[in-house]
Design a protein around this ligand. Structure first.
Ligand code: FES
Length: 103
């Protein structure tokens, strides 16, 4: 059964930026893409690099360790070292609070 967990306030993550949050034992990279928020696993599927520390261009994040790229809106692999997508989490905004849905 999934659960909504409050992880941040919207004003803590400006557009084009990211933040590492933790919920129910998951490390999650939370991104602001032009005012919309998206959550993916912080753990790069190539070799566990920290995706919250990656550079975000538009909706594409680049892993800081070896350069794999992922679409943060879908989790899809877009190039580089990794060959599989990254886990995504549904995001809900209530007022200024950001919630992530986790199983
Ligand atoms: S750990 Fe992310 S590309 Fe290698």
């Amino acid at each position: 059964m999934s659960e909504r967990v409050k992880v941040a306030q919207t004003d803590q993550i400006p557009p084009g930026k990211s933040r590492l949050v933790k919920a129910k034992g998951h490390e999650i990279a939370l991104f602001n893409v032009d005012g919309s928020f998206y959550a993916i696993s912080n753990v790069c599927p190539h070799s566990t690099g920290p995706l919250a520390e990656g550079r975000l261009y538009g909706k594409i994040v680049t892993c800081p360790w070896h350069g794999a790229q992922f679409d943060v809106t879908t989790g899809q692999y877009c190039g580089g070292q990794a060959v599989k997508p990254v886990t995504t989490y549904p995001v809900h905004i209530e007022g200024c609070s950001i919630f992530i849905e986790i199983n």
